[in-house]
Design a protein around this ligand. Structure first.
Ligand code: SF4
Ligand code: MSK
Length: 661
């Protein structure tokens, strides 16, 4: 195989832009087929009914393709477009919530085992352990960490299966929001119950009133955000450490030519944490050296990458859309995967090289991959088995090519870090943030979250982030959006130069980058808490809808993104999705989500396509909130000009390690 042709530095080849190479045109279509090629080669455009949410296949009288307002185009059962679109939307929320719920359950079980001393994980953050125990109504007096952790673990696990009683962490929300949830019957009863009920309600012939379906979806989504995702975040922090600012690197160039490259991909941090611990074992390092490697290079992909980036400062080799390209370098000995966002195409790409694709969860297997079941009770032993498999592959590495694209980033902005950094050593608080929003130095706060997507121009995330910071908006980011923004240089303090003068002044004083990486998909729960703290600190209204804050997912891909968006809207935060919206086939439902929800929930959904569209809508939304609060005196809109766009070039980390042999 002529590996030098997989990536080319000049135009030619298949003219397919390779995500790994970024600005390099690559002709890997002749060698390795990735999603970049598959998306180009699809001869059939996405089905409009499917895309707009008006194709129903919930029973065998269908599938039925529905056209709103056309009498002959209702379902065989009579279901119209609003019912079908809302039912599909709700089912998407149920599926997305289920992933985070199962993730949260897995973390809770690992936490309980850790508390009992049955696995290798310990209790790293004892302060957060006590705080969380109090939130669960546990009397912490005279209890040591072990007893407290066992009691907390058992209590949390019960919350997954409970039928009544409510989700404890929702009591962290602003008081008016809690009241509203009670009033609207939106307070989830038990975590699993809401998903099961929503799956029931969306079965053929059950719930057929679109507003009622959207309401059911909201209660289910809240179990994700304020329930399972928050549980996953908090318990992971207690077990593995609450993130603090840490310098590291992002992009494919973090692979090393003289080390055993192991990439960890998926979502749950338990496997990656065990691999990180075992990779430091002198015995394992010696084994790597015996096969001629200088050591072991552990790098992340997708949200597992975000988890180990935030807590251990390990680099990220790629976001969701880079996963196959990372393997197409030929330089990866093993990709270790658990659950979610792991593409089946990896198996084919790995098969073209010496790369071992290793599945580790009994929930997720892939044809062609090697399955090594991860046993958290023997976490280090399981991790060593995986590492040894990877080490054994090092001598089989053939020709490889590692583009040297990598960017410096500072990550680790948990809500606690933001509290500390903005407030300072002696007055941990969001008050300085609120004060600077009130005085106009900071216009507001924007969240850019969610996936990257092969169907969307990859520049959207960072073009949008640049425009927002230029307009004095502090940006927080999670998931693959954060990785994308990171590889374009905006997660480094050097990017402060691109911020508007007001924001720059504040960031220079505290030393933060203009975009704060807050973690993985489940860590969107950190954003819920940050919003809550802003409300509780005072001066910016009484509830989340009052804040000059807005969120977006410009390249959403997964069902999880829809669940996340819906729990933010149900929590009172405006959310803009792009480039398309999953209910667009029904104007009635889309209008309800974009406008009608406002009266009841205090927030709505919206859609945008280009970075500029997003920026305009987000800045307008923040300005409206500022006006409503009576703090709209400063911060004129800054238009992003060419000179500012050129500036970003000096921040990119580019280059090449050259072809290896
Ligand atoms: Fe068609 Fe109704 Fe069956 Fe859906 S539930 S497939 S709309 S008949
Ligand atoms: S991994 S859900 S592509 S953010 Fe969380 Fe990335 Fe989206 Fe998967």
């Amino acid at each position: 195989m002529d590996t030098s042709k997989r990536f080319k530095d000049s135009a030619g080849g298949a003219n397919i832009k390779c995500e790994a190479c970024r600005d390099v045109l690559c002709n890997c279509s002749t060698e390795v087929v990735t999603a970049f090629h598959r998306v180009e080669r699809r001869s059939v455009e996405p089905c409009l009914f499917g895309k707009g949410g008006t194709c129903c296949r919930h029973c065998n009288m269908g599938p039925c393709q529905i056209i709103e307002g056309v009498d002959e185009m209702v379902g065989v059962c009579g279901a119209d477009a609003p019912t079908v679109a809302a039912r599909n939307f709700a089912r998407t929320v149920a599926a997305g919530s289920a992933t985070h719920i199962d993730h949260g359950r897995g973390i809770a079980l690992a936490f309980l085992s850790a508390a009992k001393g049955e696995n290798a994980y310990g209790i790293k953050d004892k302060v957060k352990l006590r705080q969380t125990a109090v939130r669960y109504g546990i009397d912490i007096a005279d209890k040591d960490a072990k007893d407290l952790a066992i009691e907390l673990g058992e209590k949390i696990i019960k919350e997954f299966g409970q039928q009544e009683g409510g989700i404890s962490l929702m009591k962290r929300a602003p008081a008016p929001r809690q009241e509203l949830w009670k009033l609207l019957n939106l307070w989830p009863r038990g975590i699993d119950r809401e998903v099961v009920e929503l799956m029931h309600r969306t079965h053929m012939g059950v719930d057929q009133e679109y507003q009622h379906l959207i309401h059911g979806a909201a209660r289910c989504a809240l179990t994700d955000g304020w329930g399972a995702s928050m549980i996953a975040t908090e318990l992971s922090d207690i077990m593995f450490g609450t993130p603090v600012p840490i310098r590291t690197k992002i992009n494919i160039g973090v692979l090393k030519k003289d080390e055993v490259n192991i990439t960890v991909h998926g979502h749950e941090p338990v496997v990656a944490e065990a691999l990180a611990m075992a990779a430091n074992d002198p015995e394992i390092i010696a084994e790597a050296k015996r096969v001629g490697a200088k050591g072991i290079n552990l790098a992340g992909v997708c949200c597992t990458g975000n988890e180990i980036l935030m807590r251990r400062g390990l680099p990220i080799a790629g976001s969701f859309i880079q996963q196959e390209t990372v393997l197409a370098t030929g330089a990866v000995e093993a990709m270790v995967v658990d659950v979610q966002c792991v593409m089946q195409g990896l198996s084919n790409v790995a098969g073209r090289f010496h790369t071992e694709l290793i599945t580790t969860s009994d929930k997720a297997m892939i044809s062609g991959a090697t399955h090594i079941q991860f046993d958290e009770h023997h976490a280090i032993e399981s991790a060593k088995t995986i590492l040894r498999k990877a080490i054994s592959k090092f001598t089989e590495r053939g020709k490889y090519y590692i583009p040297l694209y990598q960017s410096d980033v500072v990550a680790g902005f948990s809500h606690e870090t933001i509290d500390y950094m903005l407030g300072g050593r002696f007055r941990d608080s969001y008050k300085p943030l609120n004060d600077n929003i009130i005085n106009g130095r900071i216009r507001g706060v924007a969240a850019i979250v969610g996936c990257d997507n092969f169907r969307v121009n990859d520049e959207t995330h960072y073009e949008l982030a640049k425009e927002l910071i230029a307009n004095d908006i502090l940006v927080v980011a999670t998931g693959c959006a954060a990785s994308t923004i990171g590889r374009h240089g905006l997660l480094s303090p050097e990017a402060i130069s691109l911020a508007g003068s007001g924001l720059r002044e504040v960031l220079e004083a505290v030393g933060c980058p203009p975009v704060l990486h807050m973690g993985s998909c489940v860590d969107n729960s950190r954003i819920l808490i940050a919003l809550t703290e802003m409300v509780k600190t005072g001066g910016l209204g009484k509830d989340i809808p009052d804040l000059p804050a807005v969120g977006c997912a410009p390249q959403w891909m997964s069902e999880k993104a829809v669940a996340i968006g819906h729990y933010f809207v149900a929590s009172g935060a405006r959310v803009i999705f792009g480039p398309n919206f999953p209910t667009s086939g029904s104007k009635v439902v889309t209008d309800y989500l974009f406008n009608g929800m406002l009266e009841k929930y205090g927030a709505v959904w919206d859609v945008a396509s280009t970075a500029n569209d997003f920026a305009n809508k987000m800045i307008d939304a923040i300005n409206m909130k500022r006006a409503a609060l009576g703090i709209d005196k400063k911060s004129e809109r800054v238009l992003f000009d060419m000179a500012m766009r050129r500036d970003i070039g000096s921040i990119h980390g580019v280059g090449c390690q050259g072809p290896g042999h």
